[in-house]
Write a new protein. Structure first.
Length: 168
């Protein structure tokens, strides 16, 4: 009897990318599906517009999200950006930042394993989006300070995470 219940539950599971699409559309964000297991979305942030890319890997049973910044990294700044990435990633619990080498853009990446789960819950997608956008907003200034502001990696990170106290 339990075997039939599991089979019935599996029939009612919404494909993970459909869940992602529903959540993204509920946010009012533009998105497009390139394939059944891939989707792109655009989000207007405080510092820039972010490009999100979602991919579901059935063989891994995992959802992957990447979010690219709209900041080109000049070749002469690559070594310092890698140093900044190490500092930034050391302070994070979920996801990590890297460089999209072919485009020369900083990006946030996170994967969500789903093996054994009955499906992807909308709340999981909301949490994934919240972490992604908040971390991008939190660290975008550090990349700006380093690439265009002439600061060293540790100075750029320190300047970016200074919290304003009170109001001006």
């Amino acid at each position: 009897m339990a075997h039939l219940d599991i089979q019935e539950a599996e029939k009612n599971v919404i494909p993970p990318m459909d869940v992602v699409e529903q959540v993204v559309l509920a946010q009012g964000w533009r998105c497009s599906r390139s394939r059944d297991d891939e989707m792109a979305a655009e989000v207007k942030g405080k510092w820039c517009d972010y490009t999100l890319h979602f991919a579901f890997a059935p063989d891994l049973e995992a959802m992957h999200l990447s979010c690219a910044f709209d900041i080109r990294i000049p070749e002469r700044k690559r070594a310092e950006v890698y140093e900044l990435l190490a500092l930034v990633n050391d302070s994070m619990w979920l996801g990590h930042f890297g460089v999209w080498e072919s485009e020369g853009l900083p990006m946030f990446r996170h994967a969500l394993p789903l093996r054994g789960a009955p499906g992807l819950a909308p709340e999981q997608v909301e949490d994934l989006l919240d972490v992604t956008i908040s971390e991008c907003e939190r660290f975008y200034p550090a990349f700006q300070f380093l690439i265009w502001g002439g600061k060293k990696p540790s100075e750029a990170l320190d300047a970016a995470i200074i919290e304003t106290v009170g109001e001006a």
